[in-house]
Design a protein around this ligand. Structure first.
Ligand code: 6R9
Length: 651
């Protein structure tokens, strides 16, 4: 039997059904929801759209002219009203909307009524800067409350926001501002990161020296002049605190068309310039509201914490729009997980009695590496649901998360989605589905996902292929900003009428989906399609391995041969013997064809700033090629170090 017909991942057969108590109390508890949504997905989404506040009802739920979708046509609404005003008018005026914790330990809590006043003041400040409905506003801020407030303020006045992650360079900021023609920028003097200061205003100044479209800049004072000196350009720059001090705490929300732009968010494609992913208002809000409600099972009593940065889509959809549309209490943390110490996350959970915790596999694997004693020393019993996003979660990491963080009691929702999809596409409904470590389980109700071969034919269970989405969904990207041709070409041209995700997947005999990572990362070893994910999952099962990244290196006979980059867990040392042991370990688990030819130990793996392993660069290193684009790397020194090490190990 070839590996293709027996994906190694499917040998992980543990199942974790929801507890009867969880199931009975869950927001989604009736398994019939799947069939009901499949029978009429548009009507299913309309049910959730009806739970939002509309200023004018829609005339038509969906217009689908492939690849262009419009949702809730004719409907008018405002996203900030749905995330804030309606909770103030309801019973949540004094409920905490945002519990913020700064890296140095300062904290700030905003109730829904306080958030409303802040959003209105910020909206009026934007107006005073000359920002109008239909304009684009660039936002380059650390994870401080003003970031969430800025998004909502833009939404309130009908300006589209384009958030640029606060760790990006001035070139990245410049390119993103130019691409969307932003007329105003919101930034800060600086932000805290691992006890140091990132000089955001200085970086922003370098960017806007080359972006004539920016007429006004608002600057939040997060750090102070001593550690973050700034130069204010007269007529262009103003302090945020001055702008809002003069602003009224009331601001009439714009009645936005359902299809008006809510935001643009850039994702770096594997090649070429970043894509401005274009999202609109009514459909996006419906999608994030529904998925946050059912997948995270949000209740009024929850304290919900998503550890992502708002600079990524996860922060847009599941720190700001999704949870706030549900009236949730959200924890927001400014800094690094190891500042001042490696237990910071667990201390935050303990302190704020977090009930729902949503993080990324890269973080989970790092916590495993740091050791169980850190979470074990904290009271994590407030937790009732755990989530994962960003990469496939290896079964070993899933089980650790379940046991060590969840105390073996709480469900895990592994959520697959993309900047382009806007909201969660594949994830368990935690009160209904039994979960399996390493599988994102089933598509969310109303979503039709499939696994297809090179010709676009559906594949049976057990066969790896391309993950595609067959029906439009409300939060889908509407296009690539300024490049509709590229939109059609990238997502809709490989298979007629279906959306190409770019990920590989396999279905098991229960219809559960197992994600295999980007299709570009899948190796072809001696005629077998082997996903790097399978080898990585096998490697992290070894007690010495914290994290690994596997790539296929060109090989004369086999086509490609697997090479593994490995970081070891605390208490273990890298050695030639350990390398040989790991090769044998993988060979025994997955078969000789999967045995890595090389194992290279490293202290760190090259990752994007959102924590995804950049295998493309590892391939360049292994092939001795000139390194490709490294601008999205979190720490470029890691790659340089690895390249030297690889060359000397080979030599
Ligand atoms: C939300 C987000 C999208 C890509 C996606 C896939 C990977 C995300 C995943 C996952 C396996 C999961 N991905 N979640 N792979 N299981 N639960 O991360 O958006 O930054 O656009 O990345 O991330 O490869 O295609 P984005």
């Amino acid at each position: 039997m070839s590996i293709d017909d027996n994906p190694a991942l499917l040998s992980y057969t543990h199942r974790f059904p929801p507890s009867p108590e969880f199931g009975a109390a869950a927001n989604a508890s009736d398994p019939d929801i799947y069939d009901r949504a499949a029978a009429d997905p548009v009507a299913f989404w309309e049910e959730f759209a009806h739970e939002l506040d509309w200023m004018r009802p829609w005339d038509q739920a969906l217009q689908w002219d492939c690849p262009h979708a419009k949702w809730f046509l004719g409907g008018k609404l405002n996203a900030s009203v749905n995330c804030v005003d309606r909770h103030v008018e309801g019973k949540r005026a004094n409920k905490a909307a945002i519990i913020w914790e700064g890296e140095p330990g300062d904290t700030r809590t905003l109730t829904y009524s306080e958030l409303l006043a802040e959003v209105c003041k910020a909206a009026n400040a934007l107006k005073s800067m000359g920002v109008k409905r239909g304009d684009r506003v660039a936002i380059y801020l650390p994870m401080i409350p003003e970031l969430a407030i800025s998004l909502l303020a833009c939404a309130r006045i009908g300006a589209a926001h384009s958030v640029v992650f606060g760790g990006f360079s001035s070139e990245s900021l410049r390119d993103r501002i130019m691409d969307c023609g932003a007329t105003a920028l919101i930034t800060a003097d600086g932000g805290w990161r691992r006890g140091g200061v990132v000089q955001l205003k200085q970086i922003a100044d370098a960017a806007i020296a080359e972006t004539p479209s920016i007429a006004k800049v608002a600057v939040v004072q997060r750090i102070g002049a001593e550690k973050a000196p700034v130069q204010m350009v007269a007529g262009r720059d103003a302090w945020w605190h001055d702008l809002v001090a003069d602003a009224s705490p009331e601001c009439e929300p714009e009645a936005m068309d359902s299809e008006d732009t809510l935001f643009i968010l850039y994702t770096s494609g594997s090649t070429g310039k970043p894509k401005g992913i274009h999202h609109t208002t009514g459909g996006y809000l419906t999608g994030v509201y529904a998925t946050a409600k059912l997948v995270f099972d949000l209740k009024d009593s929850d304290v919900y914490w998503c550890t992502a940065d708002i600079g990524w889509v996860t922060g847009h959809s599941y720190i700001v729009y999704g949870p706030l549309a549900n009236g949730a209490t959200c924890v927001m943390y400014e800094g690094a997980p190891d500042t001042p110490a490696k237990d910071r996350f667990w201390r935050i959970i303990e302190k704020h009695k977090v009930t729902i915790f949503y993080t990324a596999p890269t973080a989970i694997r790092t916590f495993m590496k740091w050791g169980d004693h850190l979470p074990n020393a904290c009271d994590l019993t407030s937790l009732r649901l755990l989530g994962s996003v960003g990469e496939p979660i290896n079964p070993e990491a899933w089980l650790w998360y379940h046991e060590t963080i969840g105390g073996g009691r709480v469900p895990i929702v592994d959520t697959w989605w993309q900047t382009e999809t806007g909201h969660i596409m594949i994830a368990p409904l935690p009160g209904i589905l039994a979960t399996k470590p390493g599988s994102a389980t089933r598509p969310f109700p109303g979503i039709e996902a499939d696994v297809v071969d090179e010709q676009g034919n559906s594949l049976p269970a057990g066969r790896k292929g391309y993950l595609v989405l067959r029906k439009p969904w409300p939060g889908m990207l509407r296009s690539i900003w300024g490049d509709d041709e590229r939109y059609s070409q990238v997502y809709w041209s490989k298979f007629a009428g279906v959306y190409l995700t770019g990920d590989g997947a396999v279905r098991d005999s229960d219809g559960y989906l197992w994600l295999m990572g980007r299709v570009d990362d899948i190796m072809l070893v001696a005629g077998h399609n082997i996903s790097t994910m399978e080898l990585e999952s096998a490697l992290v099962e070894h007690p010495a391995v914290a994290e690994s990244a596997v790539i296929g290196k060109t090989h004369d006979i086999k086509g490609q041969s697997p090479v593994a980059f490995v970081t070891v867990r605390e208490g273990f040392t890298a050695s030639h013997e350990l390398g040989e042991e790991l090769k044998k370990f993988v060979g025994q688990k997955l078969g000789a064809v999967c045995r890595p030819d090389d194992i290279l130990f490293t202290a760190d793996l090259p990752k994007t700033r959102s924590g995804k392993i950049m295998r493309r660069l590892l391939r360049d290193i292994a092939e001795g090629r000139v390194l490709g684009d490294t601008t999205t790397l979190a720490d470029p020194a890691i790659v340089a170090g690895l390249r030297d090490k690889y060359a000397s190990d080979e030599g």
